[in-house]
Design a protein around this ligand. Structure first.
Ligand SMILES: Cc1ncc(COP(=O)(O)O)c(C=O)c1O
Length: 421
């Protein structure tokens, strides 16, 4: 049940120089507790029994059907602790589509402020939409409102802020309640609309209420199921400032199907919400994540790292003389894939010397244990080497690999030419 899908096999993603095995610690996708299989079985059985399902999948659901937004309103009460008008909800096939919809309404060349390191695809989405992404300095609570204000100086035209205040990707920063209020007040004063990405909102046990709960007039709020249920469901709720704004967003794109939610995912998630299975899945995902955090805290001792309960990864600022690319490359040679901070940087300057290590990508805790153990050993070596010599030794990864493989030979992978496209 836990096998990797064929299209996502690690060896296909691995560089030619890598050894035959690899443990992927790059993607922060949720674990797959057994309850998901049972919940799918139950939802599909119910769908097969209902005589409406054939008709349901016959049609598209631009922005979600009535029952989708009603279930969404019920589900989001878990974060907002207040009734939400279902008419304010637009259902999409994920956060990226929600962002694309919103970016499509912005003026060409408009400024999109965001955390200086942020969700890895944000820069690409913004630039493709003709926007100018600008990184705002962050601290341990995320965006610094005064830095946002400073970033506005001399900047004319439309300005929007994207932020990820609850277990920020990648730093895991959680913005406290007071900072959220301060940020919303700053944005209101400066005429800046907010796009709030709350994708970890149900996983972090102490998540403060979203900014959209107390500043709904200036905030578009997005909650995808990609982190708390499963990424392949392709489903997210976008909560607009008002029902009218939701309608205005959907009206020009209601015949363009690229962003529509899939009917089977919608029916499945509606069933889970109505029956309470959704909450049981969250509880199981949280428990699995807790177990993986415990493994990490036992194994990762070579250097300090940052994380939060519910986070799918750890953020590891590196000691000064351990260079992130050298570590990433040495780890790759040892069959461990991790992400350097550069992947998340909005600008190429002042990228922190840090790496992100996923705890949930390995399908089993055994794979995680092996992956983290190798990484920690490698880090220990790098730190020791940095202490002993000011120069970097590029052969380190290779010699360690030989040790780890116990002297077994490493055959180079066959190389194939790329076909013409
Ligand atoms: C910050 C952030 N938001 C949202 C998502 C989920 O995106 P989607 O809903 O398009 O799968 C991710 C997934 O990597 C993410 O890192």
């Amino acid at each position: 049940m836990n096998e990797q899908p064929r299209h996502n096999r690690l060896e296909e993603l691995m560089p030619e120089s890598s050894p035959k095995f690899a443990i992927d610690l790059t993607t922060a996708l949720p674990p797959a507790p057994h309850i998901i299989h049972r919940a799918l079985e139950e939802a599909f059985r119910q769908m097969c029994r209902a005589d409406t399902t054939t008709m349901d999948i016959r049609h598209n659901r631009p922005g979600g059907a009535r029952e989708d937004v009603e279930c969404g309103s019920r589900w989001l009460r878990g974060r907002f602790e207040q009734e939400l008008d279902p008419e304010r909800i637009v259902v999409t096939n994920g956060t990226q589509s929600a962002l694309n919809l919103l970016f499509g309404t912005m003026e060409p060349g408009a400024t999109l402020f965001t955390e200086s390191i942020t969700y890895a695809v944000l820069k690409q989405l913004a630039t493709r939409a003709g926007l100018k992404p600008i990184g705002v300095p962050v601290d341990q609570e995320g965006i610094i409102p005064e830095a946002l204000e400073e970033g506005c100086l001399g900047r004319t035209g439309q300005r929007v802020l994207f932020c990820n205040p609850t277990v920020h990707n990648p730093t895991t920063a959680v913005m406290g309640g007071a900072r959220r209020v301060h940020l919303a007040e700053t944005c209101r004063r400066l005429g800046i609309s907010i796009i709030e990405d709350d994708v970890l909102g149900f996983l972090h046990p102490d998540a403060p209420p979203p900014i959209a709960a107390f500043a709904p007039d200036i905030t578009w709020y997005c909650m995808s199921v990609s982190k708390c249920f499963a990424m392949g469901l392709r489903f997210a709720y976008l909560l607009a400032p008002s029902a009218d704004r939701a309608r205005e967003l959907v009206a020009p794109v209601q015949r363009l199907s690229w962003w529509f939610p899939n009917a089977l995912s919608s029916l499945t998630i509606n069933h889970w919400i109505r029956t309470g299975l959704a909450q049981q899945i969250i509880d199981a995902v949280r428990a699995d994540i807790r177990e993986r955090h415990a493994i990490a805290s036992e194994i990762l001792t070579a250097t300090e790292y940052v994380t939060k309960p519910g986070s799918l990864h750890v953020w590891m600022p590196l000691p000064d003389r351990v260079e992130r690319h050298a570590l990433v490359n040495a780890a790759k040679l040892c069959g461990i894939l991790i992400r350097p901070a550069d992947v998340f940087a909005v600008s190429d300057s002042r990228v922190p010397n840090a790496v992100r290590v996923s705890l949930t990508a390995p399908p089993t805790t055994n794979d995680l244990t092996v992956g983290l153990s190798i990484l920690d050993k490698l880090l220990g070596w790098e730190i020791q080497k940095a202490k002993e010599s000011p120069f970097n030794d590029p052969t380190l990864g290779l010699s360690l690999l030989d040790k780890l493989l116990d002297g077994r030979s490493r055959r180079p992978r066959e190389t194939r030419s790329k076909p013409l496209r």
